[in-house]
Design a protein around this ligand. Structure first.
Ligand code: XMP
Length: 319
């Protein structure tokens, strides 16, 4: 795309002009925005950039390893993998209120980022994948809880606190333009086309208390569900799809035995911008096949439901 080719050159020129020979740190989440920002910055200033990937342990199956491999091996980008999953899980023990969860995760995220960033000597800039809609957005993203969350990716207030200047190379772009730029920068299509994923990750798909047992079950169920969606060629038609593990066990029967395991809910929606959404009209055949696969392949789940709530009145996430 010639437009994005030109944008890329111009953005690189501006980054070099702003940063000079100084060092830049960047919080990499593995999401499209921060990934595109990181690759663009790396192209502009090379090893003057160090990325910090805060791994809170609420990522999907294999996700942390995939992010680390892609950026370190494919892009040769200096990346610190801050694996602090024990810390996050520990601090969330016994917590089930959704807002409290988000606040704890948001605060820890910033603490952890700051701790690792402090070890990078001589950094003067903090890079963020802020998009144009983030810049102009002054109202609630989704009518409540998400506002605080959204700000957790964009480490608000931190630059001043750490005495860093901001670099925001995507500030003029909309989401589809960021994807085009990512494509231009050679990021894999499968990566660019990934469904949105919330900053607090699986923690808000696990209503009630979060335990490592539930997270493991959730990761496995989610992987089967997404595999089903890909196999049926539906991934790109859907804005977002995920499993939520419910804080309730129900009775089932498998062979000659009674089971008493978790119930889960499948969610899939179509949307343009996440502000409103419709539930995706899967066929009964697809739903039945998916439920069977999840129950057969994932220990700990014996009941599968499909969430048919649109937004509004529902939100996309469960918390
Ligand atoms: P809701 O659940 O509010 O979600 O309808 C709308 C969109 O926003 C995403 N979302 C978040 N993204 N941090 C994020 O970066 C968050 O805390 C957060 N909460 C929700 C959600 O996945 C959906 O795409």
């Amino acid at each position: 795309d010639w437009t994005m080719g030109a944008y890329r050159e111009e953005a690189i020129r501006k980054i070099r002009e702003q940063v000079g020979d100084k060092k830049v740190i960047c919080a990499l989440s593995g999401g499209v925005d921060s990934s595109v920002a990181a690759v663009l910055l790396h192209e502009a200033i090379g090893d003057q950039l160090t990325c910090v990937f805060v791994d809170h342990g609420f990522l999907r199956m294999n996700e942390a390893a995939e992010v680390v491999t892609m950026f370190r091996e494919h892009y040769n980008l200096p990346l610190i993998h801050a694996d602090e999953s024990d810390l996050f899980l520990g601090q969330l023990e016994g917590v089930s209120d959704p807002e409290t969860k988000r606040k704890i995760i948001g605060k820890l995220f910033i603490d952890v980022f700051q701790k690792y960033a402090n070890d990078i000597e001589g950094a003067e800039f903090l890079a963020q994948g802020t998009l144009y809609p983030d810049v102009i957005e002054s109202v609630s993203f989704s009518g409540g809880p998400s506002v605080t969350i959204k700000s957790h990716h964009n480490v608000g207030g931190l630059p001043e606190k750490m005495g860093l200047k901001l670099v925001e190379p995507l500030r003029e772009l909309f989401k589809d333009e960021v994807r085009a730029l990512g494509h231009e920068l050679g990021l894999p299509a499968s990566f660019i086309g990934r469904h949105p994923f919330p900053g607090p990750g699986l923690a808000i798909r696990c209503p009630g208390e979060i335990t490592s047992e539930k997270l493991d079950i959730l990761r496995k169920a989610d992987a089967v569900y997404i595999d089903q969606i890909r196999k049926h060629g539906l991934y790109d038609e859907i804005w977002q799809a995920f499993v939520a593990i419910l804080p309730v066990r129900t009775v089932g029967v498998m062979g000659d035995y009674r089971t008493y395991d978790y119930a889960c809910a499948l969610r899939a929606v179509t949307s343009v911008d996440g502000m409103t959404a419709d539930y995706y009209p899967f066929t009964h055949e697809f739903l039945g096949e998916t439920a069977t696969r999840i129950i057969n392949e994932v220990g700990g789940i014996n009941r599968v439901t499909y969430d048919i709530t649109s937004k509004p009145p529902g939100t996309i996430e469960w918390e």
